[in-house]
Each structure stands twice: as structure tokens, then as C-alpha cells.
Design a protein around this ligand. Structure first.
Ligand code: HEC
Length: 84
């Protein structure tokens, strides 16, 4: 009897983790985040937004975003400086 109860606990916890995981994955991405991930993570991994300040990000975007339009650069910069 006790064992069976324990078993259901594991099932319940497993389901909770699954549901929570799916929600996290399908979290909506802002256009800036999508653009950043699309344009800036093909050569290296995604760099945390908190790594640099506005001036530093601007320099990196100019350096690595040569193929991006001015609009795209602006959107990515706004996202990097103020995520979410
Ligand atoms: C064409 C490939 C490529 C793309 C696309 C690219 N990068 Fe990079 N990035 C590199 C390389 C290579 C380095 C390492 C340069 C070095 O170590 O001197 C780097 C390094 C960096 C660094 C410094 C990381 C560190 O730890 O020193 C930052 C910040 C960065 N990239 C931001 C960006 C951003 C923002 C974008 C999008 C606008 C972007 N990168 C797109 C190739 C790329």
C-alpha cells in the first residue's frame, strides 16, 4: 500500500515538471530576442544580455552585425540593454 502511494507521488511530480518545462520552452520571445538569437548566435553561443552595457553592445553589434540593417541593429540593441 505504502509503495503504491509513493509511486503516484513520482507520477504527480513528473507531470508537474513536464508541464512547467513546456511552459518555459514555449515562453513568448520578443522580436528583439528572436533577432538576437537568429543573427548573433550562429558563430558563438548566445551571450548573456547582462554581460555588457549599452556602449559595449553597440560596439559589438557594429562589429559583428555588418549584414544587419540599421533597424535590426536598433531592435537588437534595445533588447540587449533591456531584456523582456
Ligand atoms: C560571422 C560570425 C559571427 C557572428 C554572426 C557574430 N559574431 Fe560575435 N564573435 C564572433 C567571433 C569569431 C568572436 C570572437 C572574437 C575574438 O575572440 O576576438 C565573437 C565575439 C563576440 C563577443 C565578445 C565575446 C567575448 O567573450 O569576448 C561579443 C559580445 C559578440 N561576439 C557579440 C555578437 C553580437 C551582438 C552579434 C550579432 C550582432 C554577433 N556577435 C554575431 C563571430 C561572430
Amino acid at each position: 500500500m505504502e509503495r503504491k502511494l509513493l509511486h503516484w507521488w513520482f507520477v504527480a511530480i513528473g507531470l508537474l515538471v513536464l508541464i512547467y518545462g513546456c511552459q518555459t520552452i514555449s515562453r513568448e520571445m520578443s522580436p528583439g530576442e528572436m533577432l538576437y538569437r537568429a543573427k548573433c548566435s550562429s558563430c558563438h553561443s548566445v551571450i548573456a544580455t547582462s554581460s555588457y552595457d549599452r556602449q559595449e553592445w553597440r560596439l559589438y553589434i557594429d562589429k559583428y552585425g555588418k549584414k544587419m540593417t540599421d533597424d535590426e541593429k536598433r531592435i537588437v540593441l534595445e533588447y540587449l540593454v533591456k531584456p523582456d
